[in-house]
Design a protein around this ligand. Structure first.
Ligand code: ATP
Ligand code: MG
Length: 332
């Protein structure tokens, strides 16, 4: 039986609008970095989006989110991108098959589900797709026989479930699924410009969006909370991180280092620091917006990239489902 990896690096992107600089630094850039070493396969998770949205709503973001990723550095000659629903039949079937290998109580114990049911949704109103999320994710990964999956801390448990399901299948029916490994990522955590907590798109006042106009960015940074002279706070640290990670010119990096030294010595220079931060962030976002405009100019471009990726995903899915049917002794 065929137990070879089909995919080097595998990850998904959510078709929701409006990325922030935190999403870029924490989620997009790590994937862009991985292109240097591997050939990634990335999918736009439109079926996952159905947990809380209608297909039409999810669909309107699909091409936009691909354009965002391309403008942020995903290289379509290195990375293939497909739409999850291009293999709707295969991924749904594998989800059902894998569901038989876990129990209702095991799924109820999944930490992310427990959190969601406690905080936002409740079991009386949450639809059961939320419950199946980890199994659907396992099906995405196993359908493509992925070798490495870059995951943040919150996803580690899900990848563990994927491995457990693969092992159970292999033991019960035949050894067809190579086990996916966790790909470590240099995870940056960016804080909100205001108050406590992390930068989140659902709290727009403290977030810098990649779609913000340059005046808005300037205003947001001007009113960002920092620290008293001589003091270092998590917020200021996060502003420094944003600036240093987005800076492309050595001169700006040096300016930041010098200003922070002066600040730590008790001088009132954070206004000056904010000017450098504004310049760097504006340059980054301006550059992104120009590239994105270029990408969406050609109406068929993003579509053609998805079509190429869909073909690869379909090939992988067909092979894997054939393995599954044969190994399980389906009547054919
Ligand atoms: P929401 O407010 O809707 O939860 P969000 O900004 O937190 O939006 P998500 O869609 O939840 O974004 O997450 C997308 C990706 O961005 C995830 O991989 C997540 O780890 C990463 N990410 C989100 N917020 C930050 C942050 N403040 N710093 C670094 N990475 C982040
Ligand atoms: Mg979030």
């Amino acid at each position: 039986m065929n137990k070879k990896y089909l995919t080097e690096i595998f990850t998904g992107i959510r078709p929701t609008g409006g990325l922030t600089v935190a999403n870029y630094l924490g989620a997009v850039r790590p994937i862009v970095e991985l292109q240097k070493k591997f050939t990634p396969l990335v999918f736009v998770a439109d079926i996952h989006g159905l947990t809380d949205k209608e297909p039409k709503e999810v669909g309107q973001y699909v091409e936009g989110v691909v354009a965002d990723y391309l403008a942020l550095g995903l290289n379509p000659s290195k990375t293939n991108i497909y739409l999850q629903s291009a293999v709707a039949g295969e991924v749904s079937f594998l989800t059902l098959i894998l569901s038989r290998l876990t129990t209702v109580s095991e799924l109820l114990r999944v930490p992310t589900l427990k959190d969601k049911l406690k905080n936002k949704d409740n079991p009386e109103v949450a639809n059961a797709l939320l419950f199946f999320y980890p199994v659907l994710m396992a099906a995405d990964i196993l359908l493509n026989k992925a070798e490495r999956v870059p995951v943040g801390e919150d996803q580690l448990a899900h990848l563990e479930i994927t491995r457990r399901l693969a092992e159970k299948f292999n033991k019960k029916y035949g050894d067809i699924f190579p086990l996916p490994q966790t790909q470590e990522m240099k995870a940056l955590r960016v804080l909100s410009l205001k108050g406590e907590g992390k930068m989140s798109k659902s709290i727009p006042a403290g977030a810098i969006f990649l779609t913000d106009d340059l005046k808005t960015i300037e205003k947001k940074i001007k009113s960002a909370e920092t620290a008293f002279e001589g003091e270092m706070t998590p917020k200021l640290k996060s502003h420094i991180l944003i600036t240093k990670e987005l800076a492309t010119e050595k001169e700006d990096l040096k300016k930041v280092d010098d200003l922070i030294k002066e600040h730590e010595a008790g001088k009132a220079v954070l206004g000056e620091f904010k000017k450098v931060m504004s310049k760097v962030v504006i340059e980054f976002i301006d550059n992104f917006q120009k590239k994105r405009l270029e990408i969406v100019k050609d109406k068929d471009y993003v579509r053609s990239i998805l079509e190429k990726g869909n073909k690869i995903a379909k090939e992988n899915a067909t092979k894997t489902i054939n393995d599954v049917l044969k190994t399980m002794d389906f009547y054919r």
